[in-house]
Each structure stands twice: as structure tokens, then as C-alpha cells.
Design a protein around this ligand. Structure first.
Ligand SMILES: Nc1nc2c(ncn2[C@@H]2O[C@H](COP(=O)(O)OP(=O)(O)OP(=O)(O)O)[C@@H](O)[C@H]2O)c(=O)[nH]1
Ligand SMILES: [Mg+2]
Length: 429
């Protein structure tokens, strides 16, 4: 964005802010009314639960019974903590630098004032804040080094080091640096122009696998069963991401169903239930211990067919006894889907934790070899200094990034937008 663009956009942002503020005040009154009703209902529910609990306690005679109760308490405590993470609604913050930057990014994509929402501003603010750590060791240092002087071969060496340090990966870094070198040989490149060129180059890298896939934005195809498998090693955010996807999908009026195919971890189904309730999506699970994940998927497909489901989201285990088991299990799940619904549109989405940097990239490569992946979802972009790994995933594993997550809330996942990502990665503050 140039200076003149910035001035116009600031004015634009101020108008947008005033409009959103007014809209929010009206909504607040309505929300307060709803909140009071909700609290009243909750009070009644709590009373009912308290009565039920007392009744249950009376029946507890044996020690075994007491232990069972303890287990239930543990699970519901976990549920409460997940519930509190996922229910935060965005509020219009101050008219500050965050707002202005977010509004400018929206304006640069052709959005009109009355088309923007607090949700979008909130998301972009989160993304920019989330990538702050990555930027700190990168853009800030780069701008300091460049000053207002034109780029030199030495500043390209500095840039090379900084890109590698931000986990952008060797291949992507080589590509960007050699394009810049060619440009430098042809003309004088000022600092601002250099950054603009860098943004373009990074965007090209991220966009390539997306373009190659022929699908710009991954959405369920209507009239067919779409099955999205969420795969990845343990703890990367598969279940959380699935919960956020269920919310996005049901809110966009796709008939959605969840298959709880992580039968390895005991609390996985309970964790999913909380997300399912929050997004109003049903879950197919098998309560028996060590149930076969492929059998859960089998049941879920039957149910999805009966209910005319658009999107079936499948949660899978991240940890099994060995890595081979994990791959075998995924293959078995795939086989069941192919056999039962050969015309289903299947997406195998690798969930990657950005904070794992190059380690995550290694995981991606080994999954890509055996799991026939069709896309990636990058999570935990909030507060990591390794956000650059997204570029390495695009360049070195050739996977289109489909969604990104930057927080534990239900709304903290959005379809991937390469323009917004690169703007946030190279924002100048
Ligand atoms: N900060 C942050 N935390 C996240 C994000 N996504 C997930 N988490 C957290 O990461 C932790 C692990 O998330 P899960 O969704 O349980 O991960 P998983 O891959 O399903 O884990 P397993 O089922 O054990 O393999 C939880 O504490 C989540 O709240 C994110 O985008 N940002
Ligand atoms: Mg999980």
C-alpha cells in the first residue's frame, strides 16, 4: 500500500469504525436481552442439575460408584474449560493502529464500508498480532537494516538469513532471493519497493499449490457427500480445528456431521461433544473401548447418507503405538469411504502446528508420502515466531493451505487468504 492509499484508507477506516460502533451499540442492547434470558435458563438448568446430582449422590453406596463419579467430574471440568475457550464473541475495540491496518487490508481487497464486519476486523487484528513474533525477527530487523537506502547485494544476504530464521525454508528463500537478485541487476530498488516485491514473491509461492489444485476456496460441494479427514500428529490441533470447521460449516448452512474416529484417546469424544453442541452439529461415536475407527466412519457414512449430509468431518487419532499404525489406520478409513461412497468428495487435510516450525515440515513430508494429502491447515499462528513455515509447506510439500487458525476460540479459524497472510507477515509494525 502506498502513502496516498494509506491516507485515503485511514479516512475510510474512520468512517467504517463509526458505522460499526453504531451497529454494535444496537446489537449490544439486543444481546443483553438475550443474555438475561439465557442466564435465567441456565439458572433453571443448574437447579435441575443440582437436584439430579443430589439424587445421584444418595445412590452412591459403593466405592466403585464413587470412583465413577470422579471420572465424570473430570470430564465435565475439561468440557467447561473448552466451553469457555470457544464462546468468546468479538467486540469492537479501540480506533487504533490495529483497526486501521485491518480496515486498510480489507479496502485493498475491494471491500466497501458497509460490507465489513467486526468479525473480519477482529480476525485480521488477531492474525497480525499472531504473526508479530515472526515479524519481529524478520521485517522489523530488515527495515532497520535497509533504512531508506536502495537494496544492495549485502542487504540481500541479510534478507536471506532473516527468511531462513523465520522458518520460510531453504527452497522458498532461494527462490525469493534469486528473483530479487535478478531485479537488482536490472534496476535500482528502493526499500519500500523491495518490500512490495518481496510480498508479491511470497504470495506467488503460497498461491502456486492453490492454483495447481484448481480450487481457490475449499467449500463443500452441494448435492454430494463431502468427507474431510483431519489428520496429523498428536497435539497439533486436529480436534479443535474440526470444532471450528463444524461451526463455520453449519453457520454457512451446510448440513454437517462429525465422526469421532479418534478412538485411541479416552477424552477425545467428550472434547468433540462440546464443540458439537456449540456448533449444533451431531456426532457419531462408538462408546466401546478400543472401537475400530474405520467402523465409526462406516456408521457415520450410513448416518450421513440417511440425513443427506453435505459435509462429514472426521476426527482422527494423532498418536498410536507406532507411526505405521497411524498410516494404516488412515488407509483403512479411506478404503471404507471409497467402498461405501465412491462418488464422495474426499479431502485429507493435514493439520500442522506452526509453532513447531521445521519439525512440522518434516511431519508434513512424511505424511504426504503415505497419506495422500490434498491440503493443509496451519494452526497456532497466534504467538509463534515460526509463521514462515507456511511458505515452506507450500513450496516444499506442494500442499494448498486451506484454513488457518490463530487462537483457541470457535471463530479463530478462517479460510486461507494469501493476500491477508502476506500483508500480516510483512506488516511494518
Ligand atoms: N493458541 C492456540 N492453541 C490452539 C490452536 N488450535 C488448537 N490449540 C490448542 O492446542 C491444544 C491441542 O489441541 P487438540 O485440538 O486437542 O489437538 P489434537 O491434534 O486433536 O490432539 P490429539 O487428539 O491428542 O492428537 C489444545 O489446548 C487447543 O486448545 C490455535 O490455533 N491457537
Ligand atoms: Mg484430537
Amino acid at each position: 500500500m502506498t502513502n496516498t492509499d494509506s491516507d485515503n484508507s485511514r479516512e475510510w477506516a474512520a468512517q467504517a469504525y463509526a458505522l460499526l460502533k453504531k451497529r454494535q451499540e444496537e446489537q449490544k442492547q439486543e444481546l443483553q436481552k438475550q443474555e438475561e434470558q439465557k442466564q435465567e435458563l441456565q439458572k433453571q438448568e443448574e437447579q435441575k442439575q443440582e437436584e439430579q446430582k443430589q439424587e445421584l449422590q444418595k445412590q452412591e453406596e459403593q466405592k466403585q460408584e464413587l470412583q465413577k463419579q470422579e471420572l465424570i467430574d473430570n470430564v465435565s471440568q475439561e468440557s467447561i474449560s473448552i466451553q469457555s475457550k470457544i464462546s468468546a464473541e468479538p467486540e469492537l475495540g479501540e480506533f487504533d493502529d490495529n483497526f486501521t491496518w485491518s480496515a486498510m487490508v480489507l479496502a485493498a481487497q475491494g471491500k466497501k464500508i458497509n460490507q465489513i464486519s467486526i468479525d473480519e476486523i477482529d480476525w485480521l487484528t488477531k492474525l497480525r498480532k499472531g504473526l508479530e513474533e515472526t515479524r519481529k525477527g524478520f521485517v522489523t530487523e530488515l527495515l532497520d537494516k535497509l533504512g531508506d537506502d536502495p537494496l544492495t547485494p549485502e542487504s540481500l544476504d541479510d534478507l536471506e538469513t532473516l527468511l531462513i530464521r523465520a522458518d520460510v525454508g531453504i527452497d522458498s528463500t532461494d527462490k525469493v532471493i534469486s528473483s530479487l537478485r535478478t531485479k537488482l541487476n536490472e534496476e535500482v530498488v528502493g526499500a519500500e519497493e523491495g518490500i512490495k516485491f518481496l510480498k508479491q514473491e511470497l504470495k506467488l509461492i503460497i498461491d502456486k499449490p492453490i492454483k495447481d489444485s484448481g480450487i481457490d476456496l475449499l467449500v463443500p460441494q452441494k448435492g454430494k457427500l463431502n468427507v474431510w479427514l483431519l489428520v496429523g500428529v498428536n497435539g497439533v490441533g486436529k480436534t479443535t480445528t474440526l470444532g471450528k470447521l463444524a461451526y463455520l460449516s453449519s453457520r454457512s448452512n451446510y448440513k454437517t456431521l462429525i465422526a469421532a474416529a479418534d478412538t485411541f484417546r479416552a477424552a477425545a469424544v467428550e472434547q468433540l461433544k462440546v464443540w458439537g453442541e456449540r456448533s449444533n452439529v451431531d456426532i457419531i461415536s462408538n462408546p466401546s473401548k478400543n472401537a475400530d475407527p474405520a467402523a465409526v466412519v462406516f456408521d457415520a457414512i450410513n448416518s450421513a447418507k440417511k440425513r443427506n449430509v453435505d459435509l462429514l468431518l472426521v476426527d482422527t487419532a494423532g498418536r498410536l503405538q507406532t507411526k505405521n499404525n497411524l498410516m494404516d489406520e488412515l488407509a483403512k478409513i479411506k478404503k471404507i469411504i471409497d467402498k461405501k461412497v465412491p462418488d464422495a468428495i474426499v479431502e485429507s487435510l493435514l493439520v500442522l502446528d506452526a509453532s513447531q516450525g521445521q519439525n512440522g515440515l518434516k511431519q508434513a513430508k512424511s505424511f504426504a508420502k503415505s497419506a495422500n494429502l490434498s491440503g493443509a491447515i496451519i494452526t497456532k499462528l497466534d504467538g509463534t515466531s515460526r509463521g514462515g513455515v507456511s511458505l515452506a509447506v507450500s513450496e516444499e510439500v506442494n500442499l494448498p493451505i486451506r484454513f488457518i487458525g490463530a487462537g483457541e476460540g470457535i471463530k479463530d479459524l478462517k479460510p486461507f487468504n494469501s493476500f491477508e497472510f502476506v500483508e500480516a507477515l510483512l506488516a511494518d509494525k
